[in-house]
Structures are given as structure tokens and as C-alpha cells.
Design a protein around this ligand. Structure first.
Ligand SMILES: Cc1ncc(COP(=O)(O)O)c(C=O)c1O
Length: 459
């Protein structure tokens, strides 16, 4: 038995159905394997020591992978294969009996790379740890994760209740694309109270079956927070047995500073392109939650093929090892940089969660978040001319969209990502010409401040 195959068996045993692996010594058909490499007992994952539950930052280094099953390779190899070899015909039949439901227990093992693969499964095992979730799925992009989730739960005639604003492509997907198939939607503003949320849900019920509640917090691009606890309480009060799941886009603060599953959300959704990937060199997405909700999403992903590729999954494994380090450093840097901006005479205001002091947003922040993140809005005194002068003079920060990478990025949403948004909507969202969006990276904070200082001086 080759290392790859042993790895395959390890993966198939580890994930969906715990398999008791028998030692070669205990196997009745030992003689059948004479000449084969003896099957080794895979290492069990260590999740606690002396009653102490190990932290995700520790488990990122090895969870879900046994080097002994891959020639002793410390790191998981990249499994560049489109298909996996069955041990024998009966194993192939057993797999398809599981897939088709002829045998209870579902599919086992690795069969075809549109469904799963070792790199993706290790990644998913590790992703779920950050939010203490039962299960996780990885996708080819944040948008393909969101699209797969929506297609799983929403049918023609259904109503989606969502917080607003949402990432622009998510709004397009719900409003324009699902709208073509008869799906309706109603939204409430991100900071809405429990009463306001309940009123919107109640109206939605009168329009059709509410099949999904979809949130984004903090919202892109306003940074407005959603009260997930209030949304869950409103949902539970209004809907009986047929409760629609609550999914939330946790890209901006997750998984370090916000764990919405603890506050009543059922599914946490990610653009892994951002902080989780963290180096601005890949595009991927993820969804974490209970097995009961993840399984139907997996079936949809199997059908439409929105899984992440093995290479990106491997890169994400590498990224997750430094996730806490990177996010912590970026968060500390952002606090320093925002304090600098706040006191500068050319700055009108800074939209940074760490500056929330009172009011409803501050209350939501205290209950839901453990950190302010590193992505914020800078409003300069003036308009587009001042914003462009600032952006064009930056020497360390790069002029690019996206966020959550090791390097600092800055852009002007009104002239770039949100150029096509109608003026009234831009005004409502606070997307003015003097707005610069900044995502702080892990550089030296004093170097960053020196860069921003000289760029502000050039306005
Ligand atoms: C909040 C949020 N959700 C989803 C996405 C989409 O992710 P991706 O670009 O990985 O498809 C983005 C991208 O910027 C985002 O900011």
C-alpha cells in the first residue's frame, strides 16, 4: 500500500465517519497483504492536554494531517489529481451506495476532486476550529461560497431577509440574479434594533416563505455592525419549527475578532481571500457551521463544483499557521495608525470600530467583537482632489482594492469599487469623494505612520 493511498484512507477515516483502524497484527486477512507495505495506525489528533483544550493557533500546525501517511513529509503534499483510485470494486460500489442514499451514512472517502480532496479536507478541519464549529467547507472564492449557500437554501418564491448594505456582488446576486428566478428580498439597516428587525421579518413572512436570513457585519463598506443576538431573538420569536437559518458574512473581523456562531448565527461565511489567506495571493471562500446545515451545502457544492482547488487549499493551510500573528499585528498597527489620523488637521473623521464610544453601534461592538480589525474609513477634509493626492503620494501603502493582506492597501471607493452606485445610495452609505478605505498590514507601524504623514502633507 503506497503512502498516497494510506493518506487517502486516513483522510476518509478522519472526517465524516470516525473509523477504528485495526493494526496489521489484528487483521484476519493479514496474509492477503504479504509483500505490501504494512498499514500503519494513523496518529490520533490531540485536541487537549490534561483537560486543557488546545487553542486553534496551536492546532493550525498539524491538525487533520498525519505525516506518517505521506512518507513522513512534515507538511501535507499538494494532491494534484482529479480522481482517486478505489481499493477494489466493492469499495467503489460502497461509495456510490452512500452517495445515492442506498446505504445510510453518506459517502465515504475520496473519489473525485470536484467533491473533495486531502488538502481541502485538512483545510476544512482547521477552519472549523476557529469558530468551534462542527464542520466547514472551502470554496473557489468568497462569492462562490455565498452563491452555493444561497442556492442550497432558497427556492423560487422564497424571501431572503438581509442586513444592508451587503458586499456589492452579494447584493447583485440576491437582487438581480436570484430575482430573475422569483426570489424576493427585504432588508433592514445594519444597526437596526430587535423591534425593527422583527418588523421586517414579519413583513417578509407575508410575502412568502422566509428561507434564509443573511447578514454581513461589519458591512462593506460602511463598517456598520449587525446585532446578531437581536436577529436570532427576533427569528426565534417569529418562526416556529420552520426557522430559517441565519448566515453571516464574517470576512472583516473573523475568525479572530468575531465569532458569530456564539451569538446565534448558524453559518459563518468567509472570503478567505482576505485575512485568512492574508497575503493577497489567492482567492477562496469558506462556510462553517453545524453538520446539519453544512451537509446540504456540500451536496450543492458537489453538484456545481465550487470547491477550492488543491493548490489554494494548501496555501491556505500555510496562511492559517500565522493567522493569529498576522491579524493581531495588523490590529495593533491599525490602532496606532488610526490614533495618528484622528489627531491630524487634514482629517475630517476616522471610521474605525475601536473609536466607538457610545450608542447602539458601541453596544453591539462590546457584545460581539473582541477586536476592532484593521480595515477602516478615512474621511479627508476636501473631496476627490484631496483623496487622490493622498493616494498618489503613498510610498509604502499600495493603491489597490481588497483587504486583510500582510501589506497595507488604500483605495477611493467612490471613484473605484462603488463608481457605478447611484449618488443617493452612495450618500446614504457614506461613500463620499473624500473617503479613503484603508486596510492595514503587518509592516512596522512607525514606518506606516511616516508614510501617511508625508502623504497627508502633500494634499
Ligand atoms: C465582505 C465581503 N464578502 C465577500 C467578498 C467576496 O469575496 P471573493 O472576492 O473572495 O469572492 C468580499 C470581497 O471583497 C467581501 O469584502
Amino acid at each position: 500500500m503506497g503512502a498516497r493511498e494510506r493518506f487517502d484512507q486516513r483522510r476518509s477515516g478522519s472526517r465524516h465517519q470516525p473509523v477504528e483502524w485495526s493494526d496489521l497484527r489484528n487483521m484476519e486477512d493479514e496474509s492477503d497483504l504479504s509483500g505490501a507495505t504494512p498499514r500503519r495506525r494513523p496518529k490520533q489528533d490531540v485536541l487537549e492536554i490534561g483537560g486543557r483544550k488546545l487553542k486553534p493557533s496551536t492546532l493550525m500546525m498539524g491538525h487533520g494531517y498525519d505525516p506518517a501517511l505521506s512518507e513522513g513529509s512534515l507538511k501535507a503534499p499538494i494532491f494534484l489529481t482529479s480522481t482517486f483510485v478505489f481499493e477494489n470494486a466493492a469499495a467503489g460500489k460502497r461509495h456510490f451506495e452512500g452517495v445515492t442514499g442506498k446505504r445510510p451514512g453518506g459517502a465515504e472517502g475520496l473519489v473525485y476532486s470536484r467533491f473533495n480532496g486531502p488538502n481541502q479536507e485538512i483545510l476544512e478541519d482547521r477552519l472549523s476550529l476557529w469558530e468551534d464549529a462542527e464542520d466547514a467547507l472551502s470554496f473557489s472564492s468568497g462569492m462562490s461560497a455565498i452563491a452555493t449557500l444561497l442556492l442550497t437554501f432558497v427556492q423560487p418564491g422564497d424571501v431572503i431577509v438581509h442586513s444592508g448594505p451587503l458586499y456589492a456582488a452579494t447584493e447583485t446576486l440576491i437582487g438581480r440574479i436570484l430575482g430573475k428566478f422569483g426570489v424576493k428580498w427585504l432588508d433592514f439597516p445594519a444597526g437596526a434594533t430587535r423591534g425593527e428587525i422583527e418588523a421586517v421579518m414579519d413583513r417578509a413572512r407575508s410575502l412568502g416563505r422566509v428561507s434564509l436570513i443573511y447578514l454581513e457585519s461589519p458591512a462593506n463598506p460602511t463598517n456598520a455592525l449587525v446585532d446578531v443576538e437581536a436577529v436570532a431573538a427576533a427569528r426565534d420569536a417569529l418562526f416556529g419549527e420552520e426557522r430559517p437559518p441565519i448566515a453571516i458574512d464574517n470576512t472583516f473581523l473573523g475568525p479572530l475578532w468575531s465569532k458569530p456562531l456564539e451569538h446565534g448565527a448558524d453559518l459563518s461565511v468567509y472570503s478567505l481571500t482576505k485575512y485568512a489567506g492574508g497575503h493577497s495571493d489567492l482567492v477562496a471562500g469558506g462556510v462553517v457551521g453545524s453538520k446539519a446545515l453544512i451537509n446540504p451545502i456540500r451536496m450543492m457544492r458537489n453538484t456545481i463544483g465550487t470547491i477550492t482547488d488543491p493548490n489554494s487549499a494548501w496555501m491556505l493551510l500555510r496562511s492559517l499557521e500565522t493567522l493569529e500573528l498576522r491579524m493581531s499585528r495588523a490590529g495593533e498597527n491599525a490602532a496606532r495608525v488610526c490614533a495618528f489620523f484622528r489627531d491630524h488637521p487634514t482629517v475630517e473623521s476616522v471610521g474605525y470600530l475601536g473609536f466607538l464610544e457610545d450608542g447602539r453601534q458601541a453596544d453591539i461592538y462590546r457584545r460581539h467583537c473582541t477586536g476592532a480589525g484593521s480595515t477602516f474609513s478615512l474621511y479627508l477634509k476636501g473631496g476627490e482632489r484631496e483623496a487622490f493626492a493622498f493616494l498618489d503620494t503613498l510610498k509604502i501603502a499600495k493603491l489597490a482594492v481588497s483587504l486583510g493582506g500582510t501589506e497595507t492597501l488604500a483605495s477611493a471607493p467612490a471613484a473605484m469599487t462603488h463608481l457605478s452606485v447611484p449618488d443617493e445610495r452612495k450618500a446614504a452609505l457614506g461613500i463620499s469623494d473624500n473617503l479613503v478605505r484603508i486596510s492595514i498590514g503587518v509592516e512596522d507601524p512607525d514606518d506606516l505612520i511616516a508614510d501617511f504623514e508625508q502623504a497627508l502633507a502633500a494634499i
